[in-house]
Design a protein around this ligand. Sequence first.
Ligand SMILES: Nc1ncnc2c1ncn2[C@@H]1O[C@H](COP(=O)(O)OP(=O)(O)OP(=O)(O)O)[C@@H](O)[C@H]1O
Ligand SMILES: [Mg+2]
Length: 367
Amino acid sequence: MNKIRPIEENVGVRYADRKENLLEWLYQLRDRQRQHQRQGAWLIKGRDLPWENNRQGKMKWFLHPALDNTSIRSMIVFEQEIPPGGRSGAQKIYTFERLRDEFGTFTADHRDGLGHAERELVGSRYREILRELTAIVSYQWKEHLERSALKGFLFHGAVGVGKTAMAKRLTYELCRRFGDNGSAERSSDEVVMILVDGADIARGRYGDTEEQLRDIFKYARDGQSGGHHRHDDDPRRRTVLLFDDVESLFLTRNSGGAKEWHFSQNSIFFHSIDDLDTAHTAVILTTNRIDLVDEAIVDRFLSYEFAPPPVSVLEQVACEKAKLQRFTEEDLQPVLNAIRAPGAVKSIREIERMVMRAYVDKLLKAP
Ligand SMILES: Nc1ncnc2c1ncn2[C@@H]1O[C@H](COP(=O)(O)OP(=O)(O)OP(=O)(O)O)[C@@H](O)[C@H]1O
Ligand SMILES: [Mg+2]
């Protein structure tokens, strides 16, 4: 509890011992208060407040709720960074903290130059892809290649084989490389991934799709301020721009579903891609229907095919998920049997579902 300060402590003289009369004393008090006000914090500008990365996304607080020694509570106001198309910041912007929640912290071991996270992607093929992607993006960012012909990557392959997971893991690796450890006081150290759900903007759910696309690229370039308060010498954050499941967004011209507005959408996309600052941005597209994606899109990106993982990888994923659910070998056996049946399981997501199903069955059977 805060005690009430006795006047003596404040003034330095016992009230009864003061030499001046009450009026003089009040003037002195007034002068002291004026001085205090001159020295105290009057105004903190939004741009001077630190960003906080939490599960809700990126926020800055005008008065943090965790401060417990202020009497004013009415100023608990926050500003949150919500990218265009985001329903809330939580869903669409991946900061260091969020990625750490997903993959765990990095352990000391990095023999191949890559970090090793606690919940690492399983499989040597994934490791190899991650190594290539990291090398390419790091090079362009470190060497300030602003106008590189290489704008980014196209991940294609079946459902649930780690395309989206790879984009996140790459971003996490780039955080490590570029010194973003979550404190991110300098936006020049910050690396974020912006996830754009292809189906969401294709549907025009958040307004005009063309406008959305323009906003997204602008946001990736300038961040929250939308360029209004930017100065050319401001540090720029680095962004991985993920367009997830793009088949409905960039339909091929030949497909029956392609309408005129697809062309105008595609042309805005091309324009933004051609304009992209590759020293600070990398674009990733994912799809499991590459046959539906416009060729001109396919041509502009470096393609990676995500093949169905081999049985050994599926087994290892099953074992790791099972460990989290505290499975015994006996609990896990049926899942492993299913994996080993030829051609039975094709995706990692399916493994996760099977382990979850086995877990629920087990706990429902428990006495
Ligand atoms: N190499 C891996 N090791 C461990 N877990 C993985 C790996 N790849 C993917 N996963 C997990 O499998 C699940 C499915 O992966 P993800 O969502 O990335 O698939 P996707 O290819 O994007 O699928 P879709 O085409 O449906 O979007 C996720 O929970 C992801 O974390
Ligand atoms: Mg995906």
